[in-house]
Design a protein around this ligand. Structure first.
Ligand code: KIV
Ligand code: ZN
Length: 513
């Protein structure tokens, strides 16, 4: 066990700050699945949601608190006492429950948003922390917009909430405004001027509006912060939060300068990042540090030559350290059920016998049309066939006629709530006609915001992965589908988005019951 001084606590906010940003919403099953992966990754704290925001958020925090036993589970609350009661209600069954309460500390927020005086805000913050400490010893207080706050007022607030019992004080750069040395200096200032600062862990929570979230977090750590709030793939409000994988790998790779550890099992980083893109349908850019497709790809001849002679010439960390395997294990049509089962296990899926049969059947169909099957293909099958059991809509059959001398026409047969329905329609192209007939059969009408096609692996026989974003009730809902035929992948993606809307409707129904 590392001592507090040597260790940086990793507080993951993918399911709260990340999930609240447009296009990243997840349903309860997806959140639980992702929380399980975060547990395997070894994060210290999972911020599971903001229970007062909706009934759906409350229920998912509660489910995560009940099922995920290793990390501490935090629920976010404003400083109103009823918010804190609700947050406690959602996490009280956790093995290690935590309440995270916040209010704004900058004059801009106090004047325009809170419409209070500094004195009132300070008193309300103290009342809130005292109230939260009545439920649990693990209470975090955040001073929202801390980087635009008067320093002495911030010191008074931090000192007061620690006196009330806060065990973690978080200094957010809410609007991503700070520069690294300035932010580091702010943390140092707190250590010099808050007399009880040693009684709490100092945490930081940086947004990436100027692309500095990771740099700011590291400067804070250099100046004494011992908790970093971050998100997988750097998702979060606006430009996002500090990326967990970048913070962790910077600390690990430059331990010579930083001298600090985390408890992250870095070999699970890549898989966690992939799970998030699978669930949300939003990929990271290819040149994204640590988890982008090109992060370990060396294209230039000079670089390749250097690498062959000695890896350290151009590699500061190995791909294996973050779980990227450089030699793909390729399966083909001669691979048997046992090989698939073993491979699934290796990539993290312990499926039941029936589920393996299901995956194996799809694998065989795919292997008939695609020579080499990669891990990514298997993951797409698992996501499609195993984790989409409770779907309202299922595609059974799709036939499309198109070409430069035909009116693009799609015929679709699908299951709607267990009932088989079929119809045909036409459109301006094969995808348009497919979406038109699906809309007709499902009697839905949603505004299409985005349609994207990517290949999972290389080659013209690669599976196409289609991402569709629909607007529903002011929210952005993302669907994904994979298939070697991109029109089929498009239909699957569209249907996946419709199923996710159905899940959201269930949540909303729960809220009004
Ligand atoms: O960015 C921010 O200030 C937040 C707080 C709730 C910690 O997300
Ligand atoms: Zn934030």
């Amino acid at each position: 066990m590392k001592s507090k001084k040597e260790k940086v606590y990793i507080f993951d906010t993918t399911l709260r700050d990340g999930e609240q940003s447009p296009g990243f919403s997840m349903n309860l099953d997806e959140k639980l699945r992702f929380a399980r992966r975060l547990e395997k990754l070894g994060v210290d704290i999972i911020e599971a949601g903001f229970p007062v925001a909706s009934e759906g958020d409350f229920l998912s925090v509660q489910e995560i608190a009940r099922k995920i036993r290793e990390p501490r589970i935090a629920a976010l609350a404003r400083i109103s006492l009823s918010d804190i009661d609700r947050a406690w209600e959602s996490v009280k069954d956790a093995a290690h429950p935590m309440i995270h309460t916040f209010t704004s500390s900058s004059d801009i927020h106090i004047k325009y948003m809170l419409k209070k005086t500094r004195e009132q805000v300070l008193k309300d913050a103290c009342d809130a922390v005292r109230h939260a400490c009545g439920f649990t010893k693990d209470v975090e207080f955040s001073a929202q917009d801390a980087t635009r706050t008067d320093r002495d007022y911030l010191c008074d607030m931090v000192e007061a909430v620690i006196d009330e019992g806060a065990t973690t004080v978080n200094i957010p750069d809410t609007v991503g405004y700070a520069l690294p040395d300035e932010f580091g200096e702010l943390i140092a200032y707190l250590f010099e001027n808050v007399k009880n600062i040693k009684n709490a862990i100092v945490s930081v929570h940086c947004h990436d509006d100027l692309g500095l979230a990771v740099a700011n977090s590291l400067f804070a750590v250099k100046n004494g912060a011992r908790q970093v709030e971050c998100a997988i793939n750097g998702i979060g409000e606006r430009a996002g939060n500090a990326s967990l994988e970048e913070v962790v790998m910077a600390l690990r790779t430059r331990k010579d300068l930083m001298g600090l550890d985390t408890s992250i099992k870095t070999e699970n980083i890549y898989r966690t990042s992939r799970l998030l893109t699978d669930i949300t349908g939003i990929s990271v850019q290819p040149n994204k540090a640590i988890v982008g497709a090109n992060a370990f790809a060396h294209e230039s001849g000079i670089h390749q030559d250097g690498l062959i002679k000695e890896k350290s010439t151009y590699e500061i960390m190995t791909p294996q350290v973050v779980g990227v395997t450089d030699t793909y294990f390729v399966l083909g049509k001669h691979s048997g059920r046992h090989a698939i089962k073993e491979r699934l296990k290796k990539i993290g899926y312990n499926l039941s016998g029936d589920e393996i049969d299901q995956v194996f059947k799809r694998f065989k169909e795919l292997a008939d049309v695609k020579k080499e099957i990669f891990d990514e293909d298997l993951e797409a099958i698992v996501a499609d066939d195993i984790f989409r059991k409770t779907d309202t809509y299922k595609l059974i059959y799709l036939n499309v006629v198109s070409g430069n001398a035909a009116i693009p026409t799609a015929t679709v047969r699908m299951e709607v709530d267990g009932e088989v329905c079929q119809d045909a329609d036409f459109g301006v192209g094969p995808v348009d006609s497919t979406f038109a007939v699906i809309k007709k059969i499902t009697k839905t009408d949603n505004h299409l915001l985005k349609y994207m096609v990517n290949a999972i692996t290389g080659g013209t026989d690669a599976q196409g992965i289609v991402t569709v974003q629909l607007k529903y009730d002011g929210r952005t809902v993302t669907g994904r589908g994979a298939d070697p035929d991109i029109i089929v992948a498009s239909a699957k993606a569209y249907i996946n988005a419709l199923n996710r809307i159905e899940s959201l409707k269930e949540y909303d129904k729960g809220k009004n019951d």
